[in-house]
Design a protein around this ligand. Structure first.
Ligand code: HEM
Length: 357
């Protein structure tokens, strides 16, 4: 286990540590994790190494440029406002997870990718099952296969007349390059849907609780929305919702932080610990939205660092700037100790957040 900030960055930036989650020696985070994989299953971006990874990432990078994301901003604002309208019109207490966190993230990723939002309940259910630690390997495999099958069918429909959405544009681009393969695109769609369903949503819920528990920190962003992006970075650092997502397999003896890691050994990089490394973050257990935490590793580091990070930042910034302005009296309806935190999932968060206003 690699726990220091510097060492985590070293491992994640070194090709001697492989991201190939299909390798039989890869350290699995859940029991029977390898058994959930089907033989010959498509390798997604997040499990590719060089030289395969670079071109595959480059092919989709254009979808996440600042320019493309800026064009999405008004629609994200509309989605956030719509969900807050629904929360305010609904019963009190309302559940912030159900009415805001999950639908915001889900609507954004569905619209962006070109996946009908009407189908979200089905693949959201499969995603939750996949990420739950107690899910049996066969069930995990079936959940993954169901999402991939759904996407392969959807992509097949798009092939005839590719629409102007992420999947449609990928079909056009990859066909022009002569590299189009439906299962590979279904793999990418799968990764985006999973990454887009359980990450930002959890950050919205956890950060909302943190802001409400630390009114002096909330007051800082309310007084100056120019500080919201810094606050978002601090929330990402503070919660590090994917603690050991960036596992790796050592493929060549390497010394890290004075320790020899041998080829064939599994490595867990501990994001939570790195992001609270006192050598890098002063008083790391304090939530301080003004600390300037952008060098955290909550999005990983190196060639595989999160592709959706700027999208996630934009969603979080929009939610916080809008929610606390429009619902200034918001507060949790139960004691924080009674909130159902996701201690049973690979991505930390909240199952529910009952709130009143
Ligand atoms: C707060 C929200 C998010 C967090 C904390 C997060 C975290 C991470 C982390 C830690 C990694 C690196 C894994 C590794 O090195 O093995 C990663 C990779 C990735 N994330 Fe995110 N993520 C978030 C949101 C998103 C969103 C919204 C999307 C999609 C739109 C996304 C798409 C991806 C993809 C495609 C990769 C793989 C990149 C590659 O291998 O080149 N993420 N994410």
């Amino acid at each position: 286990m690699v726990s220091r900030h510097e060492d985590v960055r070293t491992v994640l930036n070194d090709r001697r540590f492989s991201a190939d989650r299909q390798h039989p020696d890869f350290p699995q985070l859940v029991e029977g994790g390898a058994a959930a994989r089907r033989p010959g299953e498509e390798r997604t971006l997040i499990e590719m190494d060089a030289p395969e990874h670079g071109p595959a990432r480059k092919a989709v990078l254009g979808e996440f440029t600042v320019r493309r994301l800026d064009a999405l901003r008004p629609r994200i604002q509309e989605i956030v406002d719509g969900r807050i309208d629904a929360l305010l019109a609904g019963p009190r207490p309302g559940d912030l997870v159900d009415s805001l966190s999950v639908p915001v993230q889900s609507l954004v990723i569905c619209e962006m990718s070109g996946v009908p939002y009407a189908d979200h309940e089905s693949f959201q259910g499969h995603t939750v099952k996949m990420l739950k630690q107690s899910t049996l390997p066969e069930e995990r495999g079936a959940a993954m296969a169901a999402i991939q099958g759904y996407l392969a069918d959807l992509i097949a429909e798009k092939e005839e007349n590719p629409p102007d959405d992420l999947l449609g544009r990928q079909i056009v681009k990859l066909c022009a390059d002569g590299t189009y393969r439906r299962p590979a695109l279904a793999g990418l769609g799968f990764l985006l849907l999973v990454a887009g369903h359980e990450t930002t949503a959890n950050m919205i819920s956890l950060s909302t609780v943190a802001f409400l528990r630390n009114p002096e920190q909330l007051a800082l962003i309310k007084a100056d929305p120019g500080k919201t992006l810094d606050a978002v970075e601090e929330m990402l650092r503070y919660f590090t919702i994917i603690d050991a997502a960036a596992a790796r397999l050592c493929v060549e003896d390497t010394e890290v932080g004075g320790q020899l890691i041998r080829a064939g050994e599994g490595v867990l990089t501990l994001g939570c610990s790195a992001n609270r490394d006192p050598r890098v973050f002063e008083n790391p257990d304090d939530l301080d939205v003004e600390r300037g935490a952008r060098h955290h590793v909550a999005f990983g580091f190196g060639p595989q660092q999160c592709l959706g990070q700027n999208l996630a930042r934009m969603e979080l910034q929009t939610v916080f700037d809008t929610l606390f302005r429009r619902v200034p009296t918001l507060e949790p309806a139960v004691d924080v100790d009674e909130l159902p935190f996701k201690d049973d999932a690979n991505i930390y968060g909240l199952h529910r957040l009952p709130a009143i206003w």
